[in-house]
Design a protein around this ligand. Sequence first.
Ligand SMILES: Nc1ncnc2c1ncn2[C@@H]1O[C@H](COP(=O)(O)OP(=O)(O)O)[C@@H](O)[C@H]1O
Ligand SMILES: [Mg+2]
Length: 261
Amino acid sequence: MGEKRAKVITVGVQKGGVGKSTTSGVLSYLLSQDGYKVLVVDMDSQSNVTDLLTQKDVEDFQGMTVLEAFEDGSVEDYIYQVNENLHVVPSDDYLATLAKNLYRKWKHFDDVNTALKEILEPVIYDYDFIIIDTPPSLSEPMVNAICASDYVLVLAESSKWSMTAVPRFLETVEYAQQNINPNLKVLGILRTMNDVRRADSKAFVELIKEFWPDLCFDVVIRRKAATGRISMEGLFDNNELASALEQYKIFYKELKQRVEG
Ligand SMILES: Nc1ncnc2c1ncn2[C@@H]1O[C@H](COP(=O)(O)OP(=O)(O)O)[C@@H](O)[C@H]1O
Ligand SMILES: [Mg+2]
């Protein structure tokens, strides 16, 4: 057990298909390869980051997911070890019932918004980083992720509907900062899924930078076949990994500076 609390980072925005699960999986992988102990918490019932990192059938985790950790009051017994440095608290479809259970059944939480924070507390000194992947909605799993975090990494795909989600997401973050979690910081906005062949995509990349000049990471993640194929090939036995992660390695350097600086 270390002496320092893990830094908790939520990868979020309520828009789907912008690269949240890919980014949280890749970021966790890069941190773990760099020697950090990393716990990934899958707060999306779609289980994409669980699938990406464990390469197992989601059914294999039935009854041993983050949902049961909430019921139990701690994630401790629901951690799957990918390797020494990379651990995952998986999810499955039943995570969709989280809200109902939080309000009706489990009375052991002080506050339904900070339940995730409470169940992470028993392992908070065991890791350097805890990375939380989130669902495409501003629902209980997302709010719990934000309230449990030191940092929020906001993803913005270069498209209109993704961009308009960002200010609404930042409002939720601000609400959490003011009312629940004063330590929370916005780590930055990562622009993703940039289609270099499309003029409108380029325009949104620039517009997002104009709106949030200080928050935007310099690197922009391009739409790239090898990066998309991480969802099929995984991260551990993937012969095009160098090409798939090229842009993410630049992002990783920037992120490290922001977390440490
Ligand atoms: N940079 C990229 N280039 C091409 N495809 C990508 C890239 N990032 C993610 N994808 C693919 O796009 C889809 C959506 O990404 P995903 O990470 O699942 O987003 P979210 O979690 O926000 O829904 C997935 O099929 C994923 O494999
Ligand atoms: Mg996802």
